[in-house]
Design a protein around this ligand. Sequence first.
Ligand code: ATP
Ligand code: MG
Length: 340
Amino acid sequence: MALESIVRADSTGGTEERDFASLRPKSFAEYIGQKELIENLKIAVQAARERGEPLDHLLFHGPPGLGKTTLAYVIAEEMQAEIVCTSGPALERPADLVGILTNLKRGDVLFIDEIHRLPRIVEEYIYPAMEDFEIDMVIDPGPHARTVKLELNHFTIVGATTRAGLITGPLRDRFGFSLHLEFYGVKDLQTIITRSAGILSTKITGEGSESIAFRSRGTPRIANRLLRRTRDYAQVMRRDAIDEVTAIEAMDINGVDEAGLDRLDRNYLTAIIKQYGGGPVGVSAIAATLNEERDTLIDVVEPFILARGFLNRTSRGRVATALAYRHLGFTRAGQEELPL
Ligand SMILES: Nc1ncnc2c1ncn2[C@@H]1O[C@H](COP(=O)(O)OP(=O)(O)OP(=O)(O)O)[C@@H](O)[C@H]1O
Ligand SMILES: [Mg+2]
């Protein structure tokens, strides 16, 4: 993994997901934080279970790495249901969806990740499936086309998206719950780090876990990633526990500053200040300047710096805040401050 990417909230896929599997909470009891959301879910799950009914469809939205996929698995576990996983882009044709739906048993959970990327033609098939548990199949397309209704078992769709704004109204309306995941506070992240360190059999002090928590951009995935990098560093440096000094040294060499910003965040804000006079500037222009994907900036970079007050989003574009100037050592005129 490139050093730059250590505090990117998006998953690096493959091996990281496998390595993290042991750290993933499996039940409500293990799930840390998001208190209000978890309370709501517990009630819904208990009510459905007492009635012996499948759970209503659920939509989770929020920035990457906050635990949407984790929650889908937790829900299946708590409902004692089986889970089938797919994603918006994987469901290319209606037949892909129909194939999955007709195989679901009563109560099964169908997890659709990146549901905002579901193709339109597939989305139309999903409406009646979600609402009435039936689909209209067109047989022999052409002049003799017939449609047959297929009855489906009552299942639960759990949708996840980092872009709630891109979900169409009709699709959103068919979810019984639409739940937003918030960035985690330092205390919750500290608890997550301590729990993960325990699973990884790594010694960590309270200050050590707090230092990592502060730099985790409110995101459990990043907290776990920083913990693993710090653990490597502690091992190689022959430290017997991750204390504050070890944690800070490890994160310094990985380019993560005390606010949890990494090089790309700082480059992003620096570009706005230096090349665009602090803004307003469109995100596409910033993407071109940095030679980065526009979607990466929107999904991964912006949510955190917006939430932490480094950036404002206005109708005319992105604006760097006074906090960003101060953090990066610029005067208001965009000059780098001279050391005294
Ligand atoms: N509440 C939590 N308590 C403890 N660990 C958590 C929690 N939420 C997430 N994690 C950890 O963070 C990792 C990332 O979470 P997850 O894959 O569920 O994020 P996501 O929201 O689905 O991200 P993406 O949008 O990229 O798919 C998990 O592997 C898990 O170890
Ligand atoms: Mg996910």
